[in-house]
Design a protein around this ligand. Structure first.
Ligand code: SF4
Ligand code: MG
Length: 278
């Protein structure tokens, strides 16, 4: 059995939900027995983005909000690599928001694990775009007045071909969702509710337990109407595989484009790019 732990000790606060995500990443890679040299974990900046440093695969703790374009570049350069994008709510849905819709609609074959705690933990507790209305943080001392962005609803609106939700309370379930996401040929989002105990409090675990509900056993993730109903439920946040659709991934479409160019006697995309290489 391959082991994906390295010798670096996580610096997260005691009780941070991200330990559960790290555990799930180890489990999912072990379930798939992927050789570490065939996996790349690309992150931005934030407490969540530290995760690649604790895994014995390739990893890049890059720049704020830019995990997706770097990951897309890695996937295009090495299509055989399993690419995981490791990000948080602020990194993905504020600083990096411009990249998310395009990675999803282009269906780039990679798995994005978004650890959502509604706050900027690394910079010590500012409001993030997923924080619920009325919540108190250091920058919303009279209560948050902005409606939150729901990552699952957003992904559905961007035609993401795989959308799942899990929580740090259940790393085994999360690992199963990550495995399904990696096996899916196209862009997959695993949205994870992962508490920041330091700046949102330990009662976040209770809040997650009480506000989530697994999808029913007879739920059909291929049915868009069911997915929309699940994503827009007012009373509970659904966990499990919410939506999955088969459609060609970006790499396949680029190959088809190159074949068309060749048939017309035109250069392929690689040949055009090569003209600009040093
Ligand atoms: Fe986790 Fe919050 Fe501590 Fe960051 S500040 S390590 S998110 S508990
Ligand atoms: Mg956050």
């Amino acid at each position: 059995m391959l082991d994906y732990k390295n010798e670096v000790k996580p610096v997260w606060c005691v009780g941070c939900g991200h330990f559960g995500v790290l555990n799930a990443v180890y489990q999912s890679l072990a379930m798939l027995q992927l050789p570490p040299e065939d996996v790349a974990l690309i992150s931005g900046i934030g407490c969540s983005s530290r995760l690649p440093g604790y895994v014995s695969t390739y990893g890049f703790n890059s720049i704020h909000g830019r995990a997706l374009p770097i990951a897309i570049g890695a996937k295009i350069a090495r299509p055989e690599t399993t690419v995981l994008v490791i990000t948080g709510d602020g990194d993905a849905l504020s600083i990096g928001m411009g990249h998310f819709p395009h990675a999803a609609r282009r269906n780039v074959d990679m798995t994005m694990i978004m650890m959502d705690n509604g706050i900027y933990g690394l910079t010590k507790g500012q409001v993030s775009p997923t924080l619920e209305e009325g919540a108190i943080t250091k920058t919303t001392i009279y209560g948050n007045i902005d409606p939150p962005i729901d990552a699952v609803q957003l992904a559905l609106g961007c035609d993401a071909s795989f959308i799942a939700r899990s929580t740090s309370l259940d790393p085994k379930h999360m690992a199963e969702m990550i495995v399904l996401g990696i096996r899916h040929k196209g862009f997959s989002l695993v949205h994870v509710l992962s508490p920041c105990v330091t700046f949102r409090g330990r009662d976040q675990y209770t809040w997650i337990r009480e506000s989530t509900e697994p999808l029913p056993a007879d739920y059909d993730p291929k049915d868009l109407r069911s997915a929309l109903e699940a994503a827009y439920r007012k009373d509970k946040l659904c966990t499990g595989l919410i939506y999955q659709k088969e459609r060609p991934d970006y790499g396949t479409l680029v190959k088809m484009l190159n074949e068309k160019a060749k048939a017309k006697g035109s250069p392929t995309l690689e040949e055009v790019a090569h003209q600009f290489s040093i």
